[in-house]
Design a protein around this ligand. Sequence first.
Ligand code: FPP
Ligand code: MG
Length: 362
Amino acid sequence: MKYQRIPAVGKEVDEKEVQRMADETQVAGINIGDAAIAARTEESLQRTEDMLYEGLKRGHDLPTVTASYLAQAGGKRFRPLTVFLAAQVVLAQNNPELLAEPLHENVIKAATVVEMVHLASLYHDDVMDEAEQRRGAESANSRWDNSVAILAGDYLFACASMFMADLGAEAVRITSQTFLELVNGQMEETIHAGDRGSVETYLSVIDGKTASLIATAGLFGAREAGADQTQQDAMHDAARAIGMAFQIVDDMIDIASDSDQSGKTPGTDLREGVFTLPVLYALEQEDEVGERLREILTGPVEDEALVEEALALLRNSEGMRRAREVVHNYRGMALEAISVFVESPARAAFESLIEFTVARAG
Ligand code: FPP
Ligand code: MG
């Protein structure tokens, strides 16, 4: 396409101009449509990065090294991004003059807490999943062993708690509640591993193990930017819907991608006997695909040839299409929740985050 209409600009510009504008408005691979917001968000991500590594230096070398390992391996920093975009949506409505300044230190601290808790959960998750890869690198349990990986996760949570204390009692309460939800979701998944389970149980699991923390990212961004209760609730709801979509897409990627794309080993859920949404739907199919999957997927799949066969069947299944539909429903919920905020470039940027999350589902 030679020309393209950019909604925020409202005029036609040529290809080169489109590319230049897109470069200036990209953050972490997402085109958020506004150069000033992109620059502030980028700067905030850098401050979080610095705070994260500084915050892991608490005078103990070995835990500092092992707990920094997964952060150094990469990652999208999706949760900090959610914090910053949520904060800017609120500022654009309540205190637009503050958008001329860098985001408040406490917004950065809240983002660091969320990322540290997330990283902690990944160390523990990789032990439980016996995962060999994470973020395109060796998982910590492979690089060292299970004990070191568990302790590195504990250390991250301890460091996150130090920052939480600076944010006050309410932030401690919110994060503790989130921790409860994370553990509950993960425990529900662990206890039901190998069971076919229901869509309802699956949704409850991912609400706990993933959406709860992304919801908290939205809530923290709103809170630390001075949102009132209605605004906090709206942002909490929007980010929770994003979190639900995010995990369903992640589960679809576990089926559809190769490890070069995802940095993880595809088929992990099948090997662990975790029945994710596309699988649950595909198992309901009244055709040859459904029939064969019902034969193969009776619990954790150990035979690699069967994992490959199931993945190939799932990739083109009706289950994937239905899961994509559910992702689109959560997209609608997130957009609806965010619609209570006045229209602004910041709100449009948050909407881009929603679209980015959904687009990964293909
Ligand atoms: C990844 O799921 C796992 C999570 C998002 C949450 C794990 C939660 C815990 C381990 C409990 C909380 C613990 C701490 C220390 C905060 P997945 O296996 O489907 O995703 P993956 O493909 O990225 O491995
Ligand atoms: Mg995992």
